[in-house]
Ligand binder design. Structure first.
Ligand code: SF4
Length: 326
């Protein structure tokens, strides 16, 4: 029996903007198995957050989804009714956003915000918690997110907490409803590096203990390396490589992944790396063929004409590049 939890196929997302249509996501496909930790890496603006928002069906008003198959436990999310979506977001999938300050409402105490989530997620499974039970559950979630003095946190406004504490509150909120899949969108990027490290360690410990699947989105390769089992690499709205974490870091295949890894500064010295030359393509007029063609040192005539499809290069290491065949 398949243990696939989430299966995304042929996901295309465009945005209607002044002056035209931005064709951002282009045929994105990814899978997450039960209890699996998956990383999605790529530079800022490559479509990682858009992919996750499409999965949660929380894209902004100007988004157009011309084609998408998003199956969660075999059910197509794209065809879910509002009540089914509510059930999904309250009981199965939850998302932690990059900026905890923006994710919390500044005019309500944490108590009000967390209580609502605890109450409604429990109502979804038929449990009508009393005020005392709601408080006990909220305190338990805050403790699970490694927050000291949970009673004091409940009585605080978001501005009275540090950035790291606010993100832990967001983790506690996500834990209330993420029984199957947690999506963490660069959860430590807006924090300083030591706090980011603590947040990532906490998330890893929680998902391993609760045996929940996670998609960790990051542009920082080091953040995913010690965390996830499998990595998807995204470039300009396309998945270009997918493999086990060890294979991607030991033997990257796609020229973009190679460039991304070579761009990481080394503590052993050797100067500042040059990075990948050129710029991401214009989403209004993306290349017809490979979207990396203008920056790729191995580009061939076919790369301009045709889009490379994902092929298995062995050992479930998949890559979308003509260097490895059609
Ligand atoms: Fe480079 Fe062509 Fe491979 Fe694209 S398909 S990464 S342009 S070699």
């Amino acid at each position: 029996m398949s243990n696939t939890l989430l299966n995304v196929e042929e996901l295309h997302v465009h945005f209607k903007v002044y002056g035209g249509i931005l064709k951002v996501l282009n045929d994105v496909a990814l899978k997450v198995n039960e209890k699996e930790k998956v990383g999605l890496i790529g530079e800022s603006g490559c479509g990682k957050t858009t992919t996750m928002r499409a999965i949660m069906r929380i894209l902004p008003w100007n988004a157009i989804v011309p084609k998408a198959k998003i199956y969660f436990k075999g059910k197509n999310i794209m065809k879910m009714s509002d009540s089914e979506l509510k059930k999904l977001r309250r009981g199965s999938i939850s998302m932690i956003f990059q900026d905890p300050t923006a994710a919390l409402n500044p005019v309500f105490k944490i108590r009000d915000q967390l209580f609502d989530i605890v109450r409604y997620t429990n109502l979804e499974v038929g449990k009508n918690l009393s005020k005392k039970e709601t408080e006990e559950e909220a305190v338990r979630l805050l403790r699970e997110a490694a927050l000291p003095e949970p009673e004091r946190i409940l009585d605080s406004y978001p501005f009275q907490l540090s950035g790291g504490m606010r993100q832990r509150v967001c983790i506690a909120m996500a834990l209330a409803s993420a029984h199957d899949l947690l999506i963490a969108d660069e959860p430590g990027t807006s924090l300083d590096v030591t706090i980011e490290d603590q947040i990532l360690r906490l998330l890893k410990q929680i998902v391993e203990e609760k045996r929940t699947s996670i998609i960790l989105i990051s542009h920082a390769l080091g953040a995913v390396k010690g965390f996830v089992d499998r990595v998807y690499v995204m470039y300009a709205g396309c998945i270009v490589e997918s493999a086990s974490t060890s294979d991607v870091f030991r033997e990257p295949l796609h020229p973009y992944t190679k460039g991304l890894l070579a761009a990481v500064p080394k503590l052993t010295g050797g100067g500042v790396p040059e990075g990948i030359k050129g710029r991401v393509p214009d989403y209004m007029n993306p290349p017809i063929g490979c979207r990396f063609v203008t920056r790729c040192e191995y580009a061939m005539p076919i790369c301009e004409r045709k889009q490379p499809r994902m092929i298995n290069a062995g050992n479930n290491h998949e890559v979308a590049c003509f260097l490895y065949g059609e």
